[in-house]
Design a protein around this ligand. Structure first.
Ligand SMILES: *Cc1c(COP(=O)(O)O)cnc(C)c1O
Length: 360
């Protein structure tokens, strides 16, 4: 069986070259007669691989020196708790923008720990749009402002970094990180689970401005403390070694592609042609306001629910997999992360056009 075009939202497709290299190195990594996941994370070889991965991601994202880069566990979801624990004290208010299901989940978890102010909520327009910046109600002196630049489920992306007046901006970039250059300097903290755009599950990248590391109140458990992880090179305990290694290979792959400006060019083009095919079809529909359409996750519906099953089945037969939309939204969703080749998007568009021709 050959490789399919895998449109899964996450865990998602990885670059073929990366998988091939991992396969080649699986039994014998760097001539050690063992795989990378069978050696000590304290070994010189692993520590040096880990440092190289960090250096590569720093280079890709142009991360300034005064930001720490952490390779943690627990997924993005654990960050929903770890962020309020570390960046705010009990009694402080944290600001949250809600633009879809992930920012809503982050808000619910923050509420367990802190007083949360909802800056704005896109519910009225069913999260197909983002409330105007002018309508946001920021708390003066909030510990930080949290938002989700790309809502993986609704396919809503905020393409400009919002201005929040000096309060640290915290961003859940799980499904958009490394898809384009980003001005790290504008953020207090960026976090992203690996399994959407740069590796296997089990790893979450946290990029945090160093002056925020000391904000954590005394009662934060050591294992959840950013400052402790930063001090120990994210090796307070055994890290997700294999995921870290694969992430490192993906970073090298991204550098070979020409870095993030090049990825932005390709990703922009992939998204643009898919949305155009949807809009021009008179058959498929994407509900998101054009200014907020995601480059990474493209939900679309068919004219009737009855067509969903045949669409998925025929797509699968054509080698186009994992197109079923999230259970809460229905319809379809094509996730077209970095590792989805443009040829995969072209094949999807051509299949969609053919399907619409036969069922329209
Ligand atoms: C997938 C996802 C999460 C959850 O990630 P886990 O690693 O499963 O905790 C959080 N936020 C966004 C934007 C996501 O896409």
């Amino acid at each position: 069986m050959g490789r399919i075009f895998n449109f899964s939202a996450g865990p998602a497709t990885l670059p073929l070259e990366v998988l091939e290299q991992a396969r080649a190195e699986l039994l014998d990594w760097q001539g050690r007669g063992a795989s990378v996941m069978e050696i000590s994370h304290r070994s010189k070889a692993f520590v040096s691989m880990a440092a190289e991965a960090e250096a590569d991601v720093r280079e890709l994202l142009a991360i300034p020196e005064d930001y720490a880069v952490l390779f943690l566990q627990g997924g993005a979801t654990q960050q929903f708790a770890q962020i309020p624990l570390n960046l705010s004290a009990p009694g402080q208010t944290v600001d949250h923008l809600i633009t879809g299901q992930w920012s809503k989940k982050a808000t619910a978890e923050a509420r367990v720990l802190r007083q949360v102010n909802i800056v704005a909520d896109g519910a009225a327009r069913k999260y197909t749009d983002v409330p105007d910046r002018a309508s946001w109600k920021l708390t003066p002196g909030a510990a930080y402002v949290h938002y989700c630049p790309n809502e993986t489920i609704g396919g809503v992306e905020i393409h400009e970094v919002p201005e929040v007046g000096g309060v640290p901006l915290v961003a859940d970039m799980s499904s958009t990180i490394l898809s384009r250059p980003v001005e790290v300097r504008k953020f207090g903290l960026i976090y992203a689970g690996a399994q959407k755009n740069f590796g296997p599950a089990g790893l979450v990248l946290v990029i945090v401005r160093r002056d925020l590391l000391d904000r954590a109140p005394e009662n934060v458990p050591t294992i959840l403390r950013y400052s402790a992880q930063a001090r120990e090179g994210s090796m307070l305990n055994t890290p997700a070694t294999f995921s870290w290694y694969i992430a490192g290979l993906v970073f090298k792959w991204l550098k070979r592609q020409g870095g993030l400006s090049r990825m932005a060019e390709i990703n922009g083009r992939k998204a643009e042609k898919l949305y155009r095919a949807i809009d021009d079809s008179g058959f498929y529909r994407n509900p998101v306001a054009p200014a907020y359409r995601s480059w990474m996750n493209v939900p679309f519906t068919l004219p009737s629910e009855e067509l969903n099953a045949p669409f998925l089945k025929e797509a699968e037969n054509a080698g186009l997999a994992e197109l079923k939309g999230h259970r809460s939204v229905g319809g379809m969703r094509a996730s077209i992360y970095n590792a989805m080749p443009e040829a995969g998007v072209d094949a999807l568009i051509s299949f969609m056009s053919d399907f619409a021709g036969r069922h329209g």
